[in-house]
Design a protein around this ligand. Structure first.
Ligand SMILES: Cc1ncc(COP(=O)(O)O)c(C=O)c1O
Length: 363
């Protein structure tokens, strides 16, 4: 959709990336690292000063201490972190439970490692997990469950009852959990991000992935990290060392410096909540129905009252004719379930959101 938006010169609210400038301080830190000669391989686990900051942040926010040397691994983007986790635990014939709609890397990463993705649909329109269906889907081949909160594409978040249900399901099994928390700091309405790091029992079998791309508006810098107990981290690194070995050194230095200032991530929820509220307010009189979003930078709009077209066709028509690009959410489902809903990314300048809403209100 992004390339179609480019061809059509359409406003691009499709792919999840910000259209505004990043903090100049971050660029200065990056420059400082390069000028000071930090241009060679970082240690495989990541620069120690960055791992220290990640450990400090996690302990402060979630009350769990991850060991700086043995339990934190910096990776070139969460997508690679997810792939490395899946390769660490999934073998030929293993089953992995994922929830549809899902971030598009999960299923291919499972299949590339010889596993089988077992898709469980999230209930519509709240995108919550039906834990009875999860219980029924567990078999002796289930190796991993992948959860994602705040959730792409829906903006739904997990609650305490979800973690309680998950804990009950996996207890007395050898099932691992991958908790994709890349939008951990983008959460609204006074909700608290329920990291699996907060759960003393679940965290013992969990890999957590996060992304600095989302937190610092730098999706093109591809930098993230994986938190996991020592035993799990050991297996993760056995594979990861041959996938990338290490991540870009100057960028790690820059993020380590940024993380020292807590406001650089603690204010992010408010920053995006204002954008969400602006966008929702501007489209409230349109013919689209606005679905709830509690986190991430995505807003779902249903076009059911406007057209009976398939979401793919409608999204293409919006891009080509009305010059606004979105993502049809059927693409996030293995079976292309069509709820007639489009995903709009509101990580955009207010002027972009105003222009987008003007277009949407005319449809
Ligand atoms: C749910 C989810 N996980 C992982 C990622 C990937 O993060 P990164 O850009 O750090 O690879 C994304 C990016 O869109 C995402 O939405």
């Amino acid at each position: 959709m992004s390339s179609m938006a480019g061809e059509e010169n359409a406003l691009n609210l499709s792919q999840g990336f910000p259209d505004f400038d990043i903090d100049t301080q971050l660029i200065e830190f990056l420059h400082e690292a390069m000028v000071n000669g930090l241009n060679q391989y970082a240690p495989m686990a990541g620069l120690p000063e960055l791992r220290e900051q990640i450990a400090r942040k996690t302990e402060k926010l979630h009350g769990k201490t991850y060991d700086v040397n043995d339990e934190i691994t910096v990776v070139p983007g969460a997508t690679l972190g997810i792939f490395a986790v899946i390769s660490a635990v999934v073998q030929q014939g293993d089953e992995v439970i994922i929830f549809d709609p899902a971030y598009d890397s999960y299923q291919p990463s499972i299949e590339l490692n010889g596993g089988k993705a077992i898709q469980i649909p999230l209930s519509f329109p709240n995108f919550s997990i039906d834990w009875n269906r999860v219980k029924d889907a567990i078999s002796e081949r289930t190796k991993l469950i992948i959860i994602n909160s705040p959730h792409n594409p829906s903006g739904a978040i997990l609650h305490q009852n979800d973690l309680d249900a998950l804990r009950e399901i996996v207890q007395n099994t050898n099932i691992f959990i991958l908790s994709d928390e890349v939008y951990e700091h983008i959460i609204f309405d006074r909700h608290e991000h329920l990291s699996l790091a907060k759960d003393a029992i679940l965290s013992e079998r969990t890999f957590i992935t996060s992304s600095f791309g989302k937190t610092y508006h730098t999706t093109g810098w591809k930098m993230g990290y994986v938190l996991a107990p020592k035993k799990l981290t050991k297996v993760l690194r056995e594979g990861y060392q041959f996938m990338a070995f290490s991540a870009h050194t100057p960028t790690q230095y820059a993020f380590a410096k940024m993380l020292k200032d807590e406001s650089s991530y603690l204010n992010l929820g408010k920053f995006y909540q204002d954008k969400r509220d602006l966008f929702r307010e501007l489209v409230k009189d349109s013919r689209f129905d606005i679905l709830p979003t509690h986190g991430s930078y995505f807003q779902l709009l249903s076009f059911r009252k406007i057209s009976q077209e398939r979401d793919m066709d409608f999204a293409e028509r919006l891009t080509r004719k009305h010059k606004i690009a979105s993502i049809p959410i059927s693409v996030f489902y293995k079976d292309n379930t069509d709820h007639q809903v489009l995903r709009f990314c509101f990580a955009k300048r207010n002027e972009t959101l105003i222009k987008a809403a003007e277009i949407l209100c005319k449809i």
